[in-house]
Design a protein. Structure first.
Length: 503
């Protein structure tokens, strides 16, 4: 039984209930409650699965102070090789408790076990080893110069941790996207205070046990649970003891965090919303383009920041591609996470379901042609109470419609024809977001031209969600500020200091 299982009630805590976990904050190496608790319901059937301790100002302050103390303690004196060993131990600890993390992530999100097993948990663990390896091989810079008096001076650069990093995490890939930030932050010698989404509190809390078992010093890794405004998120991002803030989530929240960070001129790294386009040329490898586009539109119920919500298809291929995309969407059967035939899970919550269904209704009001979906699937038994929506494909709307402009974050896509390369580049770029695109063509020259012309942070050619974690990752326009991945993460999580020595 791990430390986030139901426990006996104490002062300020709710009574233990069968099947309901108590999820607490993790501060200075210990699990701690707060003054208030909130309920976490299953996306599958809306049953209560956990009560979560909400961190107030006192708990956030304690977490930040614990992190600051850790920075002046044994964590600060560790050599890079020692930090690397600890991060490897953390990764091994996650893999050693793979089933615990898998159960926690699936319970919080309702996603298919197969998806969490092959992406969420192993990639979440791998992030610690990847960034541990990066810090072992970071090159420095050194310059020799002649001084005005004719002698010589040497300048060299050293990296130092930025300090306490506030990490604000999303709910769609909770472990993976949290460790994507915590991994490099710790590799660089920082301490962190993590605020997971209120929808997915469990894996961040469970990671505290792994940190302790691996021997990570107290206070290096802290978790505060709660919401945004007037809760843990606001208290963390406005805390004067936080030196830098990194965030993944929707654009409105990112803008609020950026405003909060101006108090003290603290650096921010923001990966925000997207309205990503797939561009399918008539000369594509048809089967590969269908397989990739079905995944990019519908995997994880469309709740992927890099997912596709706009599909542009060259006109000669349009009807055939739409028919095949419809087949692919309808093959992704909704069901329980553990069922081998389940291809798609529910949305994260009833609130998010209501948002997505509002776009389904708006598309109908605007006169969209429904190729498939646009409603709620018939689910058996208690699953009827879950946050389910149908995988949906529309045609018949243009680039000026809200369906083409606004991020929906559900299993849906608007499919539109195009007639020329210049036209589709212009249309794909006519959006305030610029996170990712996928280009499908066998014409190598065209692939290079279009990839260079689309205003995004990452452009895939004949693939989707294929990531070399050493490369730069981030968004353009309203999709983000800054880059993460490989040495690019080190630019955010360290400060470069120049040392000048006159010989």
């Amino acid at each position: 039984m791990h430390d986030t299982e139901p426990i006996a009630a104490t002062s300020g805590q709710p009574s233990a209930e069968p099947g309901v976990r108590l999820i607490r904050n993790f501060i200075d190496g210990e699990y701690q409650a707060g003054e208030r608790w909130f309920d976490k319901h299953s996306p599958l059937d809306n049953t209560l699965i956990a009560r979560v301790a909400e961190a107030g100002r006192a708990e956030v302050d304690a977490a930040v102070q614990a992190a600051r103390t850790a920075l002046s303690g044994p964590w600060r004196s560790l050599a890079v090789a020692q930090r690397v060993d600890l991060l490897y131990a953390v990764a091994d600890g996650i893999n050693g408790r793979f089933d615990d993390f898998l159960e926690a992530e699936v319970a919080d999100t309702g996603k298919p076990v197969s998806l969490a097993r092959h992406i969420g948990i192993p990639r979440g663990a791998a992030n610690f080893k990847i960034f541990a390896d990066v810090v072992k091989h970071v090159p420095g810079e050194c310059f020799e110069m002649v001084t005005p008096d004719g002698t010589v001076a040497i300048n060299y650069a050293i990296r130092r941790p930025v300090g306490v990093v506030g990490v604000i995490c999303p709910w769609n890939l909770p472990l993976l996207l949290m460790t994507w930030k915590v991994g490099p932050a710790l590799a660089c010698g920082n301490a962190v205070v993590v605020k997971p989404s209120e929808e997915t509190p469990q894996t961040a809390a469970l990671l505290g046990e792994v940190m302790n078992a691996a021997g990570v010093p107290r206070g290096v890794y802290n978790v505060v649970q709660g919401f945004g405004p007037d809760s843990a998120g606001e208290f963390l991002t406005t805390h004067p003891g936080v030196n830098a803030i990194t965030f993944t989530g929707e654009t409105g929240t990112g803008a609020a965090i950026m405003k909060a960070a101006t108090n003290g001129a603290r650096p921010v790294s923001l990966e925000m919303g997207g309205k990503n386009a797939a561009i399918v040329f008539a000369d594509c490898d048809f089967d590969a383009a269908i397989e990739g586009t079905v995944r990019s539109c519908f995997v994880n119920a469309g709740q992927v920041c890099l997912g596709t919500e706009r599909v542009y298809i060259e006109r000669p291929l349009f009807e055939r591609f739409v028919a095949a995309l419809k087949e692919g969407a309808e093959r992704m059967r909704p069901g329980r996470p553990e069922d081998i035939g389940t291809g798609i899970g529910p949305l994260i919550s009833q609130d998010h379901r209501n948002k997505v269904l509002s776009y389904y209704r708006e598309a109908a009001e605007l006169g969209a042609t429904v190729v498939t979906g646009c409603g709620v699937p018939e689910m058996a038994g208690g699953l009827r109470e879950g946050a389910w929506v149908q995988s949906t494909i529309w045609t018949g709307l243009g680039d000026d419609s809200p369906i083409a402009r606004e991020e929906i974050f559900g299993p849906c896509s608007l499919v539109m024809p195009f007639d020329s390369e210049a036209e589709v580049i212009r249309r794909a770029n006519a959006n305030e977001y610029g996170l990712a695109t996928a280009i499908w063509t066998t014409n190598l020259a065209r692939a290079h031209r279009v990839a260079a012309s689309i205003e995004v942070g990452i452009a895939w050619v004949n693939s989707w969600f294929l990531r070399d974690l050493r490369t730069a990752f981030g968004g353009a326009k309203q999709s983000g500020i800054g880059r993460e991945g490989g040495v690019h993460s080190l630019e955010f999580y360290t400060e470069l200091k120049n040392v000048c020595i006159k010989l």
